[in-house]
Write a protein that binds this ligand. Structure first.
Ligand code: SF4
Length: 713
């Protein structure tokens, strides 16, 4: 049966759904039944954002009827242009290319690249498409760039990976809050209301960040650490906690394993050494530990700062060790969590988009896990491929001997979002065939042989899982424009052409969700007890939720952790240098991050007039001391060079950055792309690239001769 989205029913005048962007997944009310008439307001009833939205959420409606919207499939013609084509022709071209490449190079000659922006239903069906329709091991997604180190650490320490193991409202209950390498006041401003309540309740905020961000400026204590020294900081704080007898011996004995090895390891991290490694004064280190230990309940939250490093898993484990040793975990207003980035970064990594995973966090290399999922899918377990390449390794293999020769990218702009992006673009160009499914012609689509236009957030039903592990409903508010299809429908029609249509024939997204519940049943991320009806009634359900009479699990770890013995595991972790450190040749740190006005590769937000008007270009942050040495001022241009590329940026002189560090946002492609400079050194466990740290030098400066906004065009 053909999966199709009805386009003639009249949508309701006001629809409760969620913002299309980040993992906070703010509740929104979409008022109006057409793209042109759409008004967006915050949903005061949704408990996570309680009515607040950031500027991205308010302005998201502009995307729906945007003139840049792709409304017809495109096929690259013989003169090199992308030309309009019919849906059957475009789908035939993709299926024929996949068949031809697999006949010549084997099943693993093709790959799929997914996204943390896809609904749970799409993420699930894309993973199934890779394993059942294409039978390729090479399926990964851009969440590998975002959350994989936090996931790796959570799995090692707790036996489960859920970004926040408690509701976000718990932030307000904490008395001491330590935030490492995250800038939520700028990247997800509605969370600020929980920080404000924490402050009103007498709580303190400590922020560790190389930049003096809006979040750091609001803190009682700012640890402006050296880039790449987060793990040394964590070990140093635990050293002090042991030395000053703040550790919780009862909690360690009753609820954890492995503390002795950690104790021996952190003995080497005496405060004077940690001050040298991190640049944070010993007195500030001691103050941090005292507040965490005495000002309880205390909470530790990490973001991409410590995670997007070649030692990201160990960095997060270092802070989990600290939280466990202080006995913080399992109580309201207390514990350890990570702030997930992408809209469905949480659900996207639970249900089979990762190269080593099957739905429900099952592992593709574990026979019992393969058998369960194969039974649900109605296939022979032996037919399922094994573990494939991680995101960057998959892209880096493109067009090489033994690598992927044909690739389909769904909902990810890998040409901008990947580290060492100049090399990734060259690899994409070396492919025999590239297909892209997206709403807009982004930098990756410009390289494609076939581009398929897809529905957007307000035009479709489905589920997302927010940063708390709360499964919520994305609801259709407007009819999709003529010419576009849902990713679900595309997968079904491609599967039909590849001879597996019966496995992908679903009448609706809800029907996909019903199969997906079965596939996750009994897994770590168990959604078996969650249904669309139940999400509607309860305004979201927290996983794990193994049965319909189970209440869901807002708070993990109150009684036990998810290892077989119910205990958490300490891991002894050592600070080590980054993939590349500053040197005489490349003397400065380069780090990247976000603007409030833009989201990820900017493919959507750069098209929203209000957002593009507020932040039209990326600006390179330079400390006044360094600016004086270089002889540059704000609005001048500097050329920054790493071992991989040279990029010219417009300067923003600010005391909010360290004198040894440069910062640029990564939302732009082309010759101003920050990711041309970044290093693809990978964490050995998570395969997370080291976005947060590259060694660079400034090789040219020039005064402005014309409007900076023109320079970006
Ligand atoms: Fe909320 Fe994030 Fe959307 Fe902003 S971008 S409105 S914080 S979900």
């Amino acid at each position: 049966m053909l999966l199709s989205l009805p386009q003639i029913d009249a949508p309701p005048r006001s629809t409760r759904t969620h913002c299309p962007y980040c993992a906070f997944q703010c509740g929104t009310l979409l008022n109006g039944s057409t793209a042109a008439s759409m008004q967006i307001e915050g949903d005061a009833e949704f408990p996570v954002n309680a009515g607040r939205l950031c500027v991205k959420g308010w302005s998201a409606g502009e995307l729906l009827g945007h003139p840049d919207r792709l409304l017809t499939p495109l096929i690259r013609g013989s003169f090199g242009d992308l030309l309009p084509a019919s849906w059957p022709a475009a789908l035939d071209r993709i299926a024929e290319a996949f068949r031809r490449i697999q006949a010549e190079y084997g099943l693993d000659g093709v790959g799929l690249f997914g996204s943390g922006a896809l609904t749970n239903e799409k993420a699930y069906l894309l993973g199934k498409f890779a394993r059942v329709a294409l039978r390729t091991p090479h399926m990964d997604y851009n969440g590998r760039y975002c959350m994989s180190s936090a996931a790796g650490a959570g799995n090692k320490a707790f036996g489960i990976d859920r970004g926040l193991p408690f509701p976000v409202s718990d932030i307000a209950l904490s008395r001491t809050l330590l935030v490492i390498g995250s800038n939520p006041f700028e990247t997800l401003p509605p969370i600020g209301q929980w920080f404000d309540k924490q402050r009103e309740n007498g709580g303190r905020l400590i922020v560790a960040d190389p930049r003096r961000t809006p979040t750091a400026r609001a803190a009682d204590l700012h640890l402006q650490l050296t880039p790449g020294s987060d793990l040394a900081l964590a070990n140093g704080l635990l050293h002090i906690a042991i030395e000053e007898k703040f550790i919780n011996a009862d909690f360690i004995r009753e609820r954890t394993n492995g503390f002795d090895a950690v104790r021996r390891t952190v003995l080497q991290y005496y405060p004077a050494r940690v001050e040298q490694l991190t640049g944070v004064p010993e007195s500030t280190l001691r103050q941090t530990v005292r507040w965490l230990a005495e000002g309880t309940p205390s909470m530790i939250l990490t973001g991409r700062g410590p995670e997007q490093q070649s030692k990201g898993v160990d960095g997060v484990l270092g802070f989990i060790n600290l939280a466990l040793a202080l006995g913080l975990i399992g109580k309201p207003g207390s514990g350890f969590g990570t702030l997930t980035g992408q809209g469905n970064g949480q659900g996207g990594r639970e249900h089979g988009q990762k190269a080593d995973q099957l739905p429900g966090y099952r592992l593709i290399e574990v026979d019992a896990h393969r058998e369960h999922v194969a039974r649900v899918w109605g296939v022979d377990p032996a037919s399922l491929p094994r573990k494939g390449r991680s995101a960057y390794e998959l892209l880096d293999s493109c067009g090489r001997d033994g690598g992927v020769r044909g690739l389909m990218v769904m909902g990810s702009n890998v040409a901008v979002a990947s580290p060492n992006s100049g090399s990734v673009i060259e690899r994409l160009k070396a492919l025999d065939f590239l297909a892209v499914c997206d709403s807009f012609a982004n930098e990756t689509a410009e390289l494609a042989d076939v581009v398929l236009p897809v529905t957007q957030w307000a035009e479709e039903d489905g589920t997302m899982t927010n940063l708390e592990g709360r499964v919520i409903r994305r609801r259709k508010a407007v009819a999709a424009p003529c010419g576009v299809k849902s990713d679900l429908e595309i997968l079904h029609q491609l599967a039909e052409r590849l001879g597996h249509g019966d496995k992908f024939a679903f009448a609706s997204p809800e029907a996909v969700f019903e199969e997906f519940r079965l596939a996750t049943a009994g897994g770590t991320a168990d959604y078996a007890g969650i249904s669309y009806d139940r999400i509607d009634r309860e305004d979201g359900v927290f996983w794990p939720c193994p049965s319909e009479d189970h209440p869901g699990t807002p708070r993990l770890f109150a009684e036990r952790f998810h290892h077989a013995d119910g205990k958490a595991k300490f891991h002894a972790v050592q600070h080590r240098p980054a993939g590349e450190e500053p040197s005489a040749e490349f003397p400065l740190y380069f780090t990247t991050g976000r603007y409030q006005e833009h989201y990820n590769s900017g493919a959507q937000t750069r098209r929203v007039s209000k957002l593009a008007g507020a932040k039209p270009i990326p600006r390179l942050q330079i400390h006044p001391e360094l600016a004086a040495r270089l002889g540059v001022e704000s609005d001048w241009f500097v050329t920054v060079e790493s071992r991989r590329a040279k990029v010219e940026f417009t300067v923003e002189v600010t005391a909010g950055i360290r004198p040894d560090t440069l910062f640029a946002p990564f939302h732009w492609g082309g010759r101003h792309a920050a990711n041309l400079l970044t290093n693809a050194a990978l964490d050995p466990t998570s395969r997370m690239p080291e976005f947060k740290l590259a060694a660079v030098r400034v090789i040219g400066v020039r005064a402005p001769e014309f409007n900076a906004a023109e320079a970006i065009a």
